[in-house]
Design a protein around this ligand. Structure first.
Ligand code: UDX
Ligand code: ADP
Length: 478
């Protein structure tokens, strides 16, 4: 059997690496139109950072795992074609700001149709709006010259989270495969199931109809994001009442019906999925006339924007209502720890908010490159997933400096803000940092990872999300 995956990104790369690693009898080829990305997958410096990924790639690469730009050849030869191309939010036209842009998906479908001379199972891996399979099937059928070639579409949404992708792939809570309820649909489900059964217990492989599988992915992400927005909304109330959001989260999380995960209040959720998928869900609800349902899910995104804005306002207010010309050290730019990914990271909106008030920003992140940071701060909303618009320079580049060392970033700054929960930030020498900063020295902990009492004992004025406010901050906050 040969598997070909179109799209060598955060989903396609790690997922195919794991399939190849666990299934030595299957040949797996990942293709991409981005030659630089493919070259990186074939090098010692992979295009994405993911703990454990390199080891798995090394073990399988050249054996039964290959990365190639020859899309036509490998798609033609594949029995199963995974499609994990980008599905950005539309930035113009009908549904702009909400609907998914299926340009790349359609391109992949046209490619499959044009080169296929044998029947294929086409697997939706990237998140797509419900009923995409139906549209894709039409594109495949109408564009394939050979009437004897059959296409069977499956939805096999990916549930891996970045930073823990390899663990999630090796031991998933479940694998979901959606297919048509026809005989050929069920047969195709069986073929894909046999791939996963190489390492995943059968009872963890769930089968559903196509639309349920597609909708499950959007719903899973909407529920997870909703938990974060819920606890983030409570963090604002905690600050106003003197309650402690971590105590509240712990108390409710011990209720087995609620559970302890995804209750960390933060400066906001980021990542390529949550906002995009919820907006997609909102758009689908609107198009079928469910306005109240659309509003409900949209409020999850609104709370997220509110949380980022609130954080910026706290900083400005604490620092005597002016941050103009003040240096602010930003520790962490990635959307979460253990990844260099910055897609929809809350750091972008926080930095833009601070820049709007004329602050000077010193950024340090262990894994994000300087070019990436400048690029992110120069792009408009939703533009990150449209490759043609990437790469422009920040108009305010002078106000942003990127450092390779946390201590250097903090030197002579008025405040430091923790925006990503990297473990190394817990281990910094804060006395050394305090001594190098302007006074009063502020800490704004957007992830609640630091030892606040210890910082206060050194003289820092500390703001921690959802925690009782320092008397100093209470006086200033209006
Ligand atoms: C998410 C889903 O978890 C995954 O199943 C899906 O396939 C893709 O989207 P990912 O975006 O990689 O994965 O990261 P996730 O761990 O879900 O975190 C998303 C964001 O929420 C991050 O910015 C993270 O910092 C934030 N978060 C998470 C919180 O603010 N609080 C929490 O308690 C948990
Ligand atoms: P994800 O996080 O979902 O994996 P990425 O943006 O990281 O998304 O990866 C998607 C990849 O798909 C990109 O590397 C892009 O170049 C690739 N891609 C998009 N369209 C095509 C296509 N028609 N053929 C091959 N690769 C494609």
């Amino acid at each position: 059997m040969k598997i070909t995956c179109i799209g060598a990104g955060y989903v396609g790369g790690p997922t195919m690496a794991m399939i190849a690693y666990k299934c030595p009898d299957i040949q797996v080829v990942v293709v991409d139109i981005n030659a630089a990305r493919i070259a990186a997958w074939n090098s010692e410096e992979l295009p994405i950072y993911e703990p454990g990924l390199f080891e798995i790639v090394k073990a399988a690469r050249g054996r039964n795992l290959f990365f190639s730009t020859d899309t036509q050849k490998h798609v033609a030869e594949g029995d199963i074609i995974f499609v994990s191309v980008n599905t950005p939010t539309k930035t113009r036209g009908v549904g702009a700001g909400k609907a998914a842009d299926l340009t790349y998906w359609e391109g992949a479908a046209r490619l499959i149709a044009s080169v296929s001379t044998t029947s294929k199972i086409v697997v939706e891996k990237s998140t797509v709006p419900v009923k995409t399979a139906e549209a894709i099937e039409k594109v495949l059928r109408r564009n394939c010259a050979d009437p004897n070639v059959a296409f069977e579409i499956l939805s096999n949404p990916e549930f891996l989270a970045e930073g823990t992708a390899m663990e999630d792939l090796a031991k998933p809570d479940r694998v979901l495969i959606g297919g048509k309820e026809t005989e050929s649909g069920q047969r195709a489900i069986g073929v894909l199931k046999s791939v996963y059964e190489h390492w995943i217990p059968t009872e963890r492989i769930l089968c559903a109809n196509l639309w349920s599988a597609e909708l499950s992915k959007l719903t899973a992400n909407a529920f997870l994001a909703q938990r974060i927005s819920s606890i983030n909304s409570i963090s604002a109330l905690c600050e106003a009442t003197g309650a402690d959001v971590q105590q509240v989260a712990h108390s409710i999380g011990t209720d087995s019906r609620i559970g302890p995960k995804f209750l960390n209040a933060s400066v906001g959720f980021g990542g390529s999925c949550f906002q995009k998928d919820i907006l997609n869900l909102v758009y689908i609800c609107e198009t079928v006339g469910l306005k109240t349902v659309a509003d409900y899910w949209n409020s999850v995104v609104q709370i997220n924007d509110y949380q980022k804005q609130r954080f910026v306002e706290r900083m400005i207010d604490a620092m005597f209502n002016t941050i103009s010309g003040k240096k602010i050290a930003v520790l962490g730019f990635a959307f979460k720890k253990d990844t260099g990914d910055t897609r929809e990271t809350p750091a972008i909106d926080v930095c833009k908010g601070l820049m709007a008030d004329n602050a000077l920003i010193n950024i340090y992140d262990p894994k994000v490159t300087e070019a990436q940071i400048h690029n992110d701060l120069s792009l408009g909303k939703f533009m990150w997933d449209h490759p043609t618009t990437a790469g422009t320079k920040s108009p305010r580049q002078n106000s942003v400096s990127v450092f390779k060392d946390a201590y250097e970033a903090c030197k002579d700054s008025h405040a430091l803000a923790v925006l990503t929960e990297w473990d190394e930030f817990k281990r910094l020498n804060y006395q050394k940092i305090y001594d190098s900063m302007m006074k009063p020295a502020f800490v704004f902990d957007g992830r609640n990872i630091l030892d606040h009492a210890h910082l206060r004992s050194m003289g820092f004025i500390v703001y921690a999300l959802g925690k009782p406010l320092d008397p100093f901050l209470q006086r200033n906050y209006s």
